[in-house]
Design a protein around this ligand. Structure first.
Ligand code: SF4
Length: 194
């Protein structure tokens, strides 16, 4: 097999099929199989349940597939027959399955890497919340600005920013927003604005 550098791999990863072919992986059988599958083939061992994405007022239709044998969710995707989204989902909706408890790759515990450490330590939520609260409070107290360069009253903190996650609903995003403003943060952004 041809030797591939890390840079070669990253360049080729932009076109996954090309990268896999270069690595000697024959995609032809998988591609032919996938192309031949009908919608019924894909769901024959699962029950499909229609629902609505909970993340914004657009109300895109989704289809959840529940395995007939285990009763577990095995997939969530856009509903191609839904009049609003016709099968498409934005990043928030596309991440629905990733957020579900059925996703075995989802991180469900706190991992902490201390400053200058080269490894992660497992911590409990109580420890993590106290540490976050301590750092936020100390930083806010240290960097609170009452007046700007023009001596105008501003009462703000410029050294803490908040970036909202795509995996919260509208109501949670609103709560996060007012919590940040209550702490006088001004650098607040959220994935939902895309
Ligand atoms: S968050 Fe995205 S996928 Fe969900 S309803 Fe809104 S636009 Fe649709």
């Amino acid at each position: 097999m041809e030797k591939i550098t890390r840079r070669d791999f990253l360049v080729m990863s932009g076109t996954t099929g090309v990268a896999l072919s270069a690595l000697g992986v024959n995609l032809a059988p998988a591609t032919a199989y996938a192309a031949g599958l009908t919608k019924m083939d894909r769901v024959k061992s699962a029950k499909q349940i229609g629902s609505t994405c909970c993340y914004c007022s657009v109300g895109c239709g989704i289809l959840g597939s529940v395995d007939n044998l285990t009763g577990k969710i095995i997939n969530i995707e856009g509903d191609p027959e839904h009049p609003i989204n016709e099968g498409s989902l934005c990043a928030k909706g596309a991440g629905l399955f990733g957020l579900s408890g059925a996703n075995e790759h989802r991180l469900k515990k706190v991992l902490y890497r201390a400053p200058k450490s080269d490894h992660w330590e497992e911590k409990d939520w109580s420890w993590a919340l106290k540490r976050i609260a301590r750092l936020v409070k100390d930083t806010r107290d240290k960097d609170f600005i009452t007046h700007n360069a023009k001596n105008q009253l501003v009462n703000r903190v410029e050294t803490i920013g908040h970036l909202g996650t795509s995996n919260v609903a509208n109501e949670e995003a609103w709560l996060i927003s007012i919590a940040c403003r209550a702490m006088s943060l001004v650098y607040i952004d959220h994935q939902a604005r895309v």
